[in-house]
Design a protein around this ligand. Structure first.
Ligand code: C2E
Ligand code: CA
Ligand code: CA
Length: 630
């Protein structure tokens, strides 16, 4: 038998050791490997879970978004940038009136419906987003619907890159913003346009004027003009016909004015009866005056309202651009001043601004401030001019004529402050003071110089005062307070005032007659009233305007007119006073024409109460003799 050698034995142990070690390592590796697998699977499971979570989260987000979009009534779109096919949600399609199956999936279905003016910007916004210039795509445009109308939409979107880093998709929403746009437009309309006439308002006018100023800075010889228009007697129309008719007329005036200028010119309404025109690119001042003449000419044509035919005039102030003007407000102010001066000249005309007007405007402003205090400072005086009977040469009464003893400027005549008082409304309190003063004075004189035919006091009453709603009750108060006999009181109303406000004034006249106050028609002959018209009015006296008396000695024709006025008045049992008699010759002519009464510098200037008292003490006024000094 072979005995195992020591070598064999040790070899065996060695191998055993190695294999055990190997086995051990193998087991160790296996254990480690298994752990690794477990860890990996765990990780995978977590990742998977995470992914599931994310997916459902995303699905939920998308659902939420779709829901939100539906709630907001938004349409959705998803555009494949490679194929140019686009998915439109049903809402997208229905927004422009289509059913789901009615619209294709080409991007042109969208592009071709964009309003031509909006397409360029729409495409640019898309490109800018795809080029990374803007992080979010957003664009407002008009989109044609199935019925041929455009609606305003807002589109928002985002482009997404594919694995290669190239933009492959772009998706987003579409919102109908038509209502919002309309509201916005309305806001702009209200902010810049006059709601009644639809013409630009002051704000827009100033804006346009600013552009003309800017243009002038670049082109030194560029000329433009501003015309400031104010309708004459518009307030009377409003007062007698009501605001609805007034508004209707304003709309028609706006339309007619618009037809008289070029489309480039701006015509705005500044409110009330004020219209302003910006006439661009004129060659010379004459171009602006020509337009003013055209306006004056065209506006006198009647306006045919629904139920009325109305006439209106307009007074215009003109300014032409020059280097001294820096601000739109300056040129506007001067056009307004020119208009105001034109009004003082007698309305229905135009005037070009000159610098003296500005000085006048400043003076006028000062005068207005002074006027406000004049009554309480007792600066007004009433002067009296006698009215003479041509037959007996007796003073039969007086006309009260107001004066303002201005602290700095001395005695001012009514023409210098009555228009201002009328404009500021101060006329009412001034007029009440004059009437009351004249009533008290006539009572004093009647007592001092009693007579079988008591003196009559005539007072001028402004149309502005007549139009005051409390006029009649104010007059009743004065009658009560002074105790004057209304039979000895006459109110003078100018013929033009009657013609301008006929309906209203005629009703007032009847009320005055009911109070027994006499009515004189002042400045008669200047307004061309018809005889038949006058015969309907409760008139006591006609005062023939000075302009006719001026001419009776020179021109046979005027003598005839005066003759016919006198004859007519006699037939109607109305008294006649000739106004403004300055010469003995005129007086004699009037006597020959059987004129009963006269008034004028020939007999006496208007004088203060003391001087008038002296005249009364002299009893009568003698021929060929100026009895008072001015
Ligand atoms: P009127 O009512 O026509 O008054 C007559 C005007 O003619 C007065 O001017 C008078 O001084 C002037 N006059 C009288 N005789 C002659 C004459 O022979 N020759 C000339 N050249 N003028 C003569 P006055 O006082 O300056 O008044 C002007 C106008 O102012 C008045 O015209 C009247 O419309 C208005 N007015 C005067 N006083 C008042 C008043 O108290 N209230 C109102 N509302 N208006 C008044
Ligand atoms: Ca008068
Ligand atoms: Ca007169």
């Amino acid at each position: 038998m072979i005995k195992p050698s020591i070598y064999d034995e040790s070899m065996f142990f060695y191998l055993l050791l190695i294999s055990t070690t190997l086995l051990f390592y193998a087991i160790l590796l296996l254990i480690r490997y298994r752990r690794e697998i477990e860890r990996k699977s765990n990780e995978l499971a977590i990742a998977n879970e995470q992914m599931q979570l994310e997916i459902s989260e995303r699905i939920r987000a998308e659902e939420r978004y779709a829901l939100a979009a539906r709630g907001a009534n938004d349409g959705l779109w998803d555009w494949n940038l490679k194929t140019n096919k686009i998915y439109f949600s049903s809402r997208w399609k229905s927004m422009i009136g289509f059913r789901d199956d009615e619209l294709g999936d080409s991007i042109n279905e969208w592009f071709n419906r964009v309003y031509p003016d909006d397409i360029q910007k729409f495409k640019k916004d898309i490109t800018d987003h795809l080029n990374g210039r803007i992080p979010h795509f957003e664009n407002e445009h008009r989109l044609l619907n199935k019925y041929g109308d455009y609606l305003w939409v807002l589109s928002r979107g985002l482009a997404v890159k594919n694995d290669e880093g190239i933009y492959a998709r772009m998706a987003g929403s579409l919102t109908d913003i038509t209502g919002h746009k309309q509201a916005e437009e309305k806001l702009i309309q209200n902010a810049f346009y006059d709601t009644l006439t639809g013409l630009p308002n002051r704000a827009l006018f100033i804006d346009r004027l600013q552009m003309s100023f800017a243009h002038r800075k670049r082109h030194k010889d560029y000329l433009f003009a501003v015309l400031f228009l104010d309708l004459d007697r518009f307030k009377n129309i409003n007062d007698s016909f009501g605001h609805i008719i007034g508004d209707e007329l304003l709309i028609l005036v706006g339309e007619r004015l618009k037809s008289l200028v070029r489309p480039d010119d701006t015509i705005a309404r500044f409110g009330g009866d004020e219209f302003v025109m910006l006439i661009e690119d004129i060659k010379e001042v004459g171009d602006a005056t020509q337009i003013a003449e055209r306006i004056n000419r065209e506006l006198v044509e009647p306006f045919h309202l629904k139920h009325h035919k109305l006439y209106i005039n307009v007074t215009i102030g003109i300014t032409v651009s020059n280097p001294e003007y820096q601000q739109p407000e300056e040129i506007l102010r001067d056009a307004d001043t020119a208009m105001y001066n034109a009004k003082l000249r007698g309305k229905a005309c135009y005037l070009i601004f000159d610098k003296n007007m500005h000085i006048n405007a400043m003076e006028l402003l000062e005068l207005e401030i002074d006027l406000r205090h004049a009554l309480e400072r007792k600066e007004f005086l009433v002067y009296y001019q006698p009215i003479i009977s041509l037959e007996s040469r007796d003073i039969i009464g007086f006309e009260a004529l107001v004066r303002w003893n201005h602290p700095k400027r001395g005695i001012l005549l009514p023409m210098e402050f009555i228009p201002l008082a009328e404009e500021t409304g101060l006329i009412v309190s001034l007029s009440l003071w004059i009437i009351s003063e004249a009533c008290q004075q006539i009572l004093i004189w009647q007592e001092q110089f009693p007579s079988d035919s008591p003196l009559i006091m005539s007072v001028n009453v402004s149309a502005k005062h007549l139009a005051h709603k409390d006029f009649i009750s104010q007059i009743k108060n004065i009658l009560k307070e002074t105790g004057v006999d209304p039979n000895h009181l006459a109110f003078e109303i100018t013929e033009n005032n009657i013609l301008e406000n006929s309906e209203y004034i005629v009703s007032l006249m009847s009320q005055l007659r009911a109070l027994n106050i006499k009515i004189n028609i002042d400045d008669f002959g200047t307004g061309y009233s018809s005889l038949s018209y006058l015969s309907q009015l409760p008139i006591h006296t006609l005062k023939i305007d000075k302009s006719f008396i001026d001419r009776i000695s020179r021109n046979g024709n005027d003598a005839e007119i005066v003759q016919s006025i006198i004859n007519m008045a006699h037939n109607m049992k109305i008294n006649v006073v000739a106004e403004g008699v300055e010469k003995a010759e005129q007086m004699r002519k009037l006597e020959g024409l059987q004129c009963q009464y006269a008034q004028g510098f020939f007999f006496s200037y208007p004088v203060n109460s003391n001087e008038a008292e002296k005249l009364l003490a002299n009893k009568n006024i003698h021929d060929n003799k100026l009895i008072t000094k001015r």
